[in-house]
Ligand binder design. Sequence first.
Ligand code: GLU
Length: 549
Amino acid sequence: MTNVDLANIIFPDITKTIDDYKNMYPERELKEGQKVTRFAPSPTGFMHLGGFYQAIIDKVLAHNSDGIFYLRNEDTDQKREVKEAVALIMDTLNHYDIVPDEYEYEGNIVGNYGPYIQSERKEIYHTFIKYLIEIGRAYPCFCKKEELDEMRSKQEKYKARIGYYGSYAKCRKLSIDEMIEKIKNGEEYVIRFKSMGDNDKRFFFDDLVRGTLSLPENDIDIIIMKSNDKLPTYHFAHFVDDYLMHTTHVVRGEEWLSSVPVHIELFKAFGVKPPKYIHTPLIVKRDGDSVRKLSKRKDPEATMSYYKELGYPKEAVIESLMTIINSNYEEWHTANPDKTYLDFTYSPKKMSSSGGALYDLEKLNNISKNIISKFKADYLYEELSKWAKEYDNEFYEIITKYKEYTINILNIEREQKKPRKDYENYSSIKGLIWYMYDEYFNNDERTYDYQTITDKTEIKLILNTYFDKYFDVSDKDVWFDKIKALCDELGYASNMKDYKENPDKYKGNVADVSTVIRVAITTSSQTPDLYELLKLLGKERCLKRIDLI
Ligand code: GLU
């Protein structure tokens, strides 16, 4: 019996050859310098910030070169519920307008290199594995878990390298007849790659982030096909897919760097050129005095849903990641305020290659406040409304009912040289403007943040006098003149300079008086421009509020 017989016994239904697939997925017609990148997440049901950051790099690289960015779902670990998880990935990318040029969604394949979901590519993988068996570069391995455990203990005991290689690779030594016999007896097996590497030898590898590295050759006979579902392992699927889909640049986490020798050997076994690799540093965060990896379990910000739920503008999330992708991004963006992150020329060399990429929520908040402060009120309203519809239905109904009014509220201290910057994300807005809606204001749990003037009788006197005689919001100067007149009538200094010179002459000053009005109509002593608030609320509603005191 020959390798070809073995291959036919293992894959009796595979009739295509690897050449058939090479013809089906021909080289892409790329112009000089055009890049093909892919985002290849495993649909686990949640999207990690680290994955999203790689997707941004993929998108920017493709965009910079007028190339192609595609999405491939790597679901070879079939334990999970794939359908919803794929939807989550697609929704997240769509939410951020990072739409792939090629992808597969809800049965629709967009692009000529699909399917783009690995579990639908089984026949392709089998064809490539079959070929490897035929040329003697792959074989079935029947080792049971206990045998592999025993091998491992032995290696640990003798301080040998861990793995299935050299004399430890038992099944490699079986004759073809023995292999066929075992298969016919129904023994379970995986398929392993037959490595020809020598761990004592080294080769040079160019990582676009780290530069040229000297790595040991692979000599491990890795599993390329699992026994239960006959799906390939990541390593093999990576080779087949990135080869057939003609990826030019693989952007993936640095945890894959140690697998590079295996991947290079796989490409070599098929006589094809590997893509270029960009191994991205891990995203880390500060934790007390140290810096650690973002953890899905401990850090809510490790998951992309965190940003959507809190209502961070998509621009802010992307920008916060761009600043850790390339440290010169911020400077570039300040110099080019009208350009978007897609116009930025990403350089893998400018990524930090040691210590990880430091992510900081404080920084995101600052970026976000700045970005929101520059939105036009109409746009902010639309974004707020989209967010509220999904996450705060009651607020959504209120801002929908009072649409124009809400836009006016959002417009306070906007479109000016120093716009207000207190909105950190959409979920923080309600807490800052709730008092502008009677539905929220007429709530018995109101507490007033009175400051220097706390005497109820005095408060009432100020308010009654103001609304009886001085309320006028026809113009900001007129409004302020009236407030000053109110101060003069009641014995408060209408001018801070006078007050400072002669504090004993007065009951207080204009700031104290304004605070009384501010607190009475909002409960808060910290609000944006009082004139704007009074104008928007109008006299009638203010009077009703005063009656509640
Ligand atoms: N599916 C792999 C992961 O989620 C992707 C690695 C790669 O991009 O090649 O880690």
